[in-house]
Design a protein around this ligand. Structure first.
Ligand SMILES: [Fe+2]
Length: 271
């Protein structure tokens, strides 16, 4: 049995930028979350962060985030989201100076869990895609450690079906079908995602697909005809047992007050 954290959608900006696009003080929310994690009596084995680490993908904000996370005391596995940039992430988080546009796919085995991280970010787009490179990486990774349960981390979750979500909210239908085929029979215990800023579990082809609220805002799941952003933040505590994955959502204190309403025509125009 291994316990780990699913963190997502930090949307942090370097305070020096005075980011006017933020609906909430994500730096403060990050501090609250880190204090909650530090107070846990039983330390998790690791944490995955499923993308939108920064709000604008600039190097300074990654450096700021890196400093803020330096004391967490856990291995951190990052995925990239639509608010991230690969060059900014590589330079700011990893001090990497080569192949700055390459997708960030990687894997690790920690305390008996095989974590496979994919990069669904597409420069300049809100929506996500995997492309052949991610699938080649995934298919190879899934042949490794056949005795270990696998957790896939990706910013954009697969599409549940064509009608239930807007195209930019998920991977495309063709890629979702390709993902379903790639993981079939491969002991995948769960897919951990972000992007939609809602705590949700959807069982998809027998595999739990989990999305989290993150630290910027929540979206009101009861609102239809656009998006209603509300105050809210959270993360998730995950336990992988031989019988499967349990996910417990941990909300940060919030009054869920309305922050903004995006009209339907605007939301439908996102790409
Ligand atoms: Fe986000």
């Amino acid at each position: 049995m291994t316990t780990f954290l699913h963190l997502t959608d930090f949307h942090v900006s370097d305070p020096a930028l005075a980011d006017g696009d933020l609906m909430a003080d994500t730096g403060a929310r990050l501090g609250e979350m880190l204090a909650m994690i530090a107070a846990m009596e039983k330390k998790p084995a690791f944490a995955v962060v499923s993308g939108d680490l920064t709000n604008h993908g600039d190097v300074a904000s990654y450096r700021y985030l890196r400093t803020r996370l330096a004391g967490i005391g856990l291995p951190l596995l990052y995925a990239l989201g639509n608010h991230d940039t690969r060059p900014g992430f590589y330079r700011g988080m990893l001090d990497r100076t080569h192949d700055l546009e390459a997708p960030y796919c990687h894997e690790a085995v920690i305390e008996g869990v095989h974590v496979v991280v994919l990069d669904s970010s597409v420069p300049g787009r809100i929506g996500g895609a995997l492309g052949d490179g991610n699938f080649v990486f995934l298919e190879h990774a899934l042949t490794g450690h056949p005795g270990l349960a696998k957790i896939i981390v990706v910013h954009h979750a697969p599409a549940l079906d064509g009608a239930s979500q807007l195209p930019w909210e998920t991977l495309g239908e063709d890629e979702s079908a390709r993902l379903a085929a790639a993981i079939r029979g491969r002991n995948v215990a769960g897919i951990l995602a972000g992007h939609v800023h809602v705590d949700r579990v959807a069982v998809w082809n027998g595999v739990p697909v989990v999305t989290g609220t993150g630290l910027h805002n929540g979206f009101d799941p009861l609102y239809s005809g656009g998006l209603r952003a509300v105050a809210g933040a959270g993360f998730a505590l995950c336990t992988l047992r031989p019988s499967g994955l349990a996910v417990t959502f941990v909300p940060l204190p919030s009054d869920r007050r309305e922050l903004a309403v995006l009209p339907e025509e605007k939301v439908r125009a996102f790409r």
